[in-house]
Ligand binder design. Sequence first.
Ligand code: GLA
Length: 386
Amino acid sequence: MKIINYNLIIVAVLCILGCSKKENINQPQKENMEKIQVSDYGVTAKGDSIKKYTLTNKNGMKVEVINFGGIITSLTAPDKDGHYEDVVLGFTKPEDYFNGNPYYFGALIGRFGNRIANAKFILEGKTYDIDKNDGPNSLHGGKEGFHTKFWNIEPVKGAKFPTIKLTYTSADGEEGYPGKLSTTVFYTLTEDNALEISYEATTDKATFVNLTQHSYFNLSGNFTKTITDHELQINADKFLPVSETLIPTGEQKPVKGSPFDFTVSKPIGKDINVTNDDQLKKGKGYDHNWILNGNGMRSIAKVYHPESGRVMEVLTDEPGVQFYSGNFLDGKFDTKTGGKNEFRTGFCLETQHFPDSPNQPSFPSTELKPGQKYQTKTIYKFSVKK
Ligand code: GLA
């Protein structure tokens, strides 16, 4: 009897050890991979100490974000051999982000992404003059837009995937805009290699809001190469032609039969240099807003880089996307992979409401009133095609 009892005890102990051993193997491994790390990044001229938040998912994909401008300084994605490489353009020196970030590399853009004609709008009968920082127009919220601001960042406890919450309160009158705007942005790195960006804002006075993200992608992982070999598809039958200063003329033009037709995937470089196209001339390439087909959260664009096999899909609930082919990149700064950030070595797909909406009543409204909540979401999802 005693022997049998000992055997049972031994079996029970082994079982408990076995079970707990299994837990110990799986649990901590997952926790070790999926994480958010905080490190020192640099100090601004104003003396703000800037931190870098690194989000890692269980596959080993990493996204680095700083609390200056909510800037994504690095984002890795796998190629067809499972090799993770940085695919977003960025500076090599922190001070280049702090002292103006002339290309808006990786930044959160606000209060108003894209251009507002003559840096002016009328709201509730009152004319507002906003910061004029792009010829006669206002671009990306003004010279000191959200891309230059110190954002408070905190990791979100209990979130399903590594998530950080960024908050910034823009004072009434900042860059000329009415209303105190409380802004929250969440960056989440999911286990299927997607970066989800959720934007929220509330105001205490009627105002205009149009937030976006200004990351430049180069899926080759080599920032000296141009992006003209990337194949792009945009789910849009129409786009917005622009004036000399890149303000939409108001016309909603079908893309069919023009270099702006990306309804079927084609290399970005295929038609970019068509010389007799007036719109390509004005944009110095692509720098236009496409009117996205459909409503609600949907897949709106896909980019494929044949050599690496990398694919990026963009999903959003916004009505438009600014496809910008990096035409103002001018080789003044070093890239993270050596060489300089030259002409067309990165592209942006900035999901947003249409440019100059405050002055164009036929466009979907960008007005936000007290008591309303601005809410929008965009997903950049990475995969491979072999
Ligand atoms: C946006 C604009 C471009 C350019 C870049 C920043 O994408 O549409 O014209 O100003 O920002 O260089």
